[in-house]
Design a protein around this ligand. Structure first.
Ligand SMILES: [Zn+2]
Length: 219
């Protein structure tokens, strides 16, 4: 008897809880818009990957990743500054910068986002495309904006937005993404990556993704 009452009570609670949750989901249809993304930011930490003895990926032909990354990062810096952003570069020349110093720059910068520029490599030469990595939830939308825009820079494969605990993402207190803008191990992607005018397109599209994020555009 006592048990049956308990069961009735717990059923009633379950029904009430269900009703409350259903009501909440009706009242808050745009719940996902509360995922504010990177929010307001005026500063972009532009991180040119690798440098110095760390050459990054080897290209099937032409310049290695460290040089393509800094060239693309410098193009991105110029574009962002022309749009009124405050930009902090983690490196301005072909020097090695430890990962901890890169995140320290970002963690010191108030109201900033962190954008790391890389080119990819795979032992499988057929692998190609663009993929954008993030770690924290508020960095995901920024990654999606940059992916959508950079896919317009040159014809290649959409490898998606991916979550990974890379050091510079995991140890970053600011919204942070790592852009892999094409495979230097793939002859087609590499041909575009080695071409300055396509690196300019890539930089412009990364900037467009950042601007879309600052405008708080939905996805
Ligand atoms: Zn890299």
């Amino acid at each position: 008897m006592r048990k049956a009452q308990d069961r009735r009570l717990s059923n009633a609670l379950r029904v009430a809880l269900f009703a409350i949750l259903s009501l909440l989901s009706l009242l808050l249809p745009g719940c996902s818009s509360f995922d504010a993304g990177a929010g307001n930011f005026n500063t972009v930490v532009v991180d040119a990957a690798h440098g110095g003895y760390d050459r990054g990926a080897r290209a099937v032909s032409g310049t290695p990743e460290k040089m393509l990354a800094i060239d693309t990062a410098q193009r991105l810096t110029r574009i962002l500054r022309s749009k009124g952003f405050h930009v902090i570069e983690t490196r301005q020349s072909d020097v090695f910068i430890p990962l901890g110093s890169r995140t320290a720059v970002s963690n010191r910068a108030g109201g900033a986002i962190f954008v790391s520029i890389h080119y990819n490599w795979s032992p499988r030469t057929a692998a190609r495309g663009i993929e954008i990595y993030y770690y924290g939830a508020r960095s995901r939308r920024l990654a999606s904006h940059i992916l959508r825009e950079t896919l317009r820079a040159y014809p290649t494969v959409n490898r998606g937005v991916k979550r990974n605990n890379y050091y510079v993402l995991r140890n970053n207190r600011r919204p942070a993404v790592l852009c892999e803008l094409g495979f230097l191990s793939n002859p087609q992607d590499n041909r575009y990556a080695q071409n300055p005018s396509y690196r300019q397109h890539l930089a412009e599209r990364v900037a467009a993704g950042i601007i879309a994020e600052r405008k708080g555009l939905g996805f």
